[in-house]
Design a protein around this ligand. Sequence first.
Ligand SMILES: NC(=O)c1ccc[n+]([C@@H]2O[C@H](COP(=O)([O-])OP(=O)(O)OC[C@H]3O[C@@H](n4cnc5c(N)ncnc54)[C@H](O)[C@@H]3O)[C@@H](O)[C@H]2O)c1
Length: 408
Amino acid sequence: MKKVKIGVIGRGCRGYGLMETMVLTDKYEFVMVCDKYADRVENGVKFVEEKCGYTPIGTTNYHEVLANPEVEAVLISCDWEMHIPIAIDAIRAGKALALEVGGAYSVQDCFDLVNEWEKNKVPFMFLENCCYNKDELLALNMARAGEFGRIVYCSGSYAHDLRGEVTCGAENRHYRLRNYLNRNCENYPTHELGPIAKILDINRGNRMVSLVSVASGSFGMEAYVEKKNANGEYVNPDLIGADFAQGDIINTIITCENGEQILLRLDTSLPRSYSRELVVRGTKGMYEQAINAVYMDGEREYWDPYEYAQNNLNNAEKYKEYLPEFWRTITKEQMDAGHGGMDYFELLDFANRLLEGRPMPIDVYDAAAWMVVTPLSEASIKAGGAPQAVPDFTRGEYKNRPRFDVTF
Ligand SMILES: NC(=O)c1ccc[n+]([C@@H]2O[C@H](COP(=O)([O-])OP(=O)(O)OC[C@H]3O[C@@H](n4cnc5c(N)ncnc54)[C@H](O)[C@@H]3O)[C@@H](O)[C@H]2O)c1
């Protein structure tokens, strides 16, 4: 069976998980493993030896991966700062690429990515795995079938208590720490924005025209450090008394050309459970991920909110005919492979499309439009919530680009 000959760039936490899932798909041959840290390269090479029975080339220099003619595609799962520079180099080298998610650092970086891609048009996939998730696909398919009527509003969040990950950044050589110390922005918009952009046909008949962002103060990280220190638990001494720039809660409101509104919330430095909280609201009904519920207009003459919350909780199961086939037949092994199954489908889809020469459903224009929310939110927060225009990276083509959903 033909496999994708891949070079992995970034063998940190996510690179590790992705490589495990790639093995399970049986669609990838690891030609090279790269990380800027030699111990992570070694660990990656050993992993392939143990799981696959052959030895890939290891390197700390990603240019060597790009120069190797045996490498057909690269997986970029490095720090946010290096996403666009490495992606641009990969495009120049003619490699197909799968780029992990994260926000950009400037509007210009996003244009540079698109401009470079337009010169070379290599297969490009932005790895927004939440676009492959069960709930998000249920909502998408119900929206496509017109169940919610005319969609007016969508919201979602990246709500994930990352205080442990951020404060262990020096020990784990992790990029989030320097970002949280120095930036104040919607730093991780795509897990919720990606599926919403699909539902609203962003870059395919619709586009985001402007956004405003506001930030709460930054209290969570400092309180966390203080608490750990007071309890005698280990915390990096440099963080005691440190000022974190990142606000605890960032709300971003995006206006779309066709009249819809999107609300995103970044919520990563206060105690909480994980949630993406997708909400889709239309003229005929709504979907609400947090309580796994669908509410249809007219279901009840009189809607008692307390009764609704108790009786309709979890009723989305009733609509499972809208789930794609692969979510109905998923195995336990696939579910366990990463983020409840979505990573498996994403990586299988990328490989199948590449091997069969089919286009990617989340392309460079999506990547640029979703990643640009980060620098725009930073500018808006700095300017007291002032609106920022969202560029059209398709340069007008969004009007003609046909809808392209994640299907399998
Ligand atoms: N889609 C998801 O569900 C998901 C989940 C976690 C992380 N991520 C994304 O994956 C990426 C990596 O996150 P992580 O948590 O694994 O971080 P990490 O710090 O654990 O790993 C990143 C790795 O990239 C390496 N790297 C950085 N610059 C490099 C360079 N120039 N050459 C080679 N290697 C380089 C680092 O040394 C590090 O090992 C991020 O973009 C993150 O947003 C996505």
